[in-house]
Structure formats: C-alpha cells, structure tokens
Ligand binder design. Structure first.
Ligand code: WAQ
Ligand code: MG
Length: 257
C-alpha cells in the first residue's frame, strides 16, 4: 500500500467569469474552494462545475478549475468562530448594528463607515476582498477590482459541517463556506474584523466577524441587488504582503462542530 496517499490533500478551486460589453471584459461570477482527499476530487469537480453553471448572477462564459496537491503536514487546523444571528426590519438598522459591532471590535468609526460605503458603492462585484486599515480607513491592498481572494480552505469534518447546516436550517452551504473563510481570515496576525454580504441577488444575509464571533445580520442589502463584497480590517502595522500570502496560499481546515 502506498502510505503516501493519506498524507496528501487536494485543493480544488473553481472560478467562473462572464464576458460583458463589446471588448469582452471579464465579470467575476462565482468562485469556490475545497480541500479534499484524493477519492473526493472527481465528485467535487462535478459539483463545482454545476455551481458555476447555475449561478444566479448569470451564465458563465469561462470556468477555471485548478487542482493542486497539498502536503497534509502543512495544513493548519483553525477553530470556527462562534456564530450569532440577528434580524432587523430594514437594511439601515442591520448596517447600524454592523458598524456598532466593528467599533466594539476595535475598528475606528471612520474606517467602519468607509468599509461599508466601499461595498455599497461598488458598480460590479469584485473577484476578492478589500483590506482596510482599521484606524485610518485607508485601503491597503491594490486599489483595483481584483481584491484579495482567500483560498486553500475547507471544513475539517464534512459530516459535522452538514450537521451544523441542518441545525441552522440551511439548505445551501453558504453559511459554512462563509464561516470557513471568516475563521481562516480571523486566525491571521493583526486581523481585527470583517464585513461581508453576498453578491447573490436572492441572498440578503451578511455578516460581521471578529477574532471571536461571526455575527449574521439580515438584511444587509436589498433583494435582487447583484452587488456584494468583503472588507477586512487590519491593524495599521500589518505586513500586507505576508497577509495576502497567507490568505491565498496557506492551507487551513476549519473545525466547525
Ligand atoms: N476571498 C475573498 N473574497 C471573496 C472570496 C474569497 N474566497 N469569495 C468571495 N469574495 C468576495 C467577492 O467580492 C464577492 O463578490 C463577495 O465576497 C461576496 O461573496 O448565511 O455568499 O460568495 O451566514 O457571494 C454571507 C452570509 C454569505 C452567510 C457570503 O459571499 C450566512 C457570500 P459571496
Ligand atoms: Mg457569490
């Protein structure tokens, strides 16, 4: 028997784009990240292809699937943030709670408001997240529409994750995927908080996260809006290159129970 087989995992990443306008500019439609054993790769690829085809923001013109071998010994186990949920009668009250949460977590009011406005003012959704200085509210990553994408991550125990979704009455994996992403991000040095809502026109729940909590907030946007986004707030002394490297490359399995 090849003992080596059990010591590797496979990172499977999907990204779907759509061409817009006459010059064929690429619009990011959807992306998804999984970290699985070899015998799951084929099934996961099929699932991700299906997802790319069915995205509510439009039909994909290009789907990119990347499969990469990962040494299990490089994978970090990260605890899941504690989930809270709050519902509000309208977007502005949910946003006010998000701002209050961010301020409690150590983000300045200026930075919290700038981050929120940055997502609200997007004309199309970005491929990745923006990184903001939690004190000044200046954007720290490249000032373009790419943003930074977290990658190489998944739930540690897939069955526990399904149980968790059932307990929360979730039919889709949106909650667990966002919790995986937020928990991996929160484990990096100098992280302060995150603000997010989905670009899915049918999905108005968003969240704010800190090093401890993942607070789901509804509604963070109006139904049918195809604009969503993510802002991470970091301490001013953050090493931005090291952070982006960690976000993109360091494999992490999140322990959702
Ligand atoms: N890394 C960084 N940013 C990303 C990533 C990633 N891997 N994936 C998406 N984004 C950015 C990108 O700008 C998207 O437009 C935006 O975030 C929203 O992504 O019920 O579904 O995948 O608790 O639409 C949150 C609430 C759902 C879940 C979030 O985000 C719940 C969601 P989406
Ligand atoms: Mg989406």
């Amino acid at each position: 028997m090849d003992k080596g087989l059990s010591s590797v995992l496979f990172s499977v990443r999907m990204r779907a784009t759509m061409k817009i306008g006459n010059n064929g500019e690429e619009l990011h439609l959807s992306g998804c990240e999984r970290l699985v054993t070899e015998n799951q790769v084929l099934e996961v690829v099929q699932n991700l292809l299906k997802r790319a085809e069915e995205h509510t923001r439009g039909r994909a013109d290009m789907v990119n699937i990347q499969i990469e071998k990962i040494d299990k010994s490089n994978v970090r186990i990260v605890p899941a943030l504690t989930v809270q949920s709050r519902e509000f009668p309208n977007v502005s009250q949910a946003h006010a709670d998000a701002i209050a949460f961010l301020i409690e977590t150590g983000v300045s009011e200026t930075a919290a408001r700038k981050g929120l406005e940055a997502i609200e003012q997007l004309k199309t959704s970005m491929r990745g997240a923006m990184i903001y200085d939690a004190a000044s509210g200046n954007r720290l990553d490249r000032l373009d529409m790419r943003g930074v994408r977290l990658s190489h991550m998944d739930c540690k125990d897939k069955n526990a994750c399904l149980e968790f979704l059932k307990r929360n009455n979730m039919k889709s994996t949106k909650l667990s995927e966002a919790l995986v992403l937020a928990s991996k991000a929160a484990s990096v040095e100098n992280y302060v908080a995150e603000l997010c809502w989905s670009d899915d026109p049918n999905y108005t729940t968003g969240y704010v996260a800190s090093k401890k909590f993942y607070r789901r907030l509804s509604p963070m946007k109006h139904l049918e809006s195809p604009i969503g986004g993510r802002v991470f707030f970091f301490k001013p002394n953050v090493d931005i290159k090291a952070t982006i490297d960690f976000f993109e490359k360091e494999p992490a399995l999140v322990d959702i129970k």
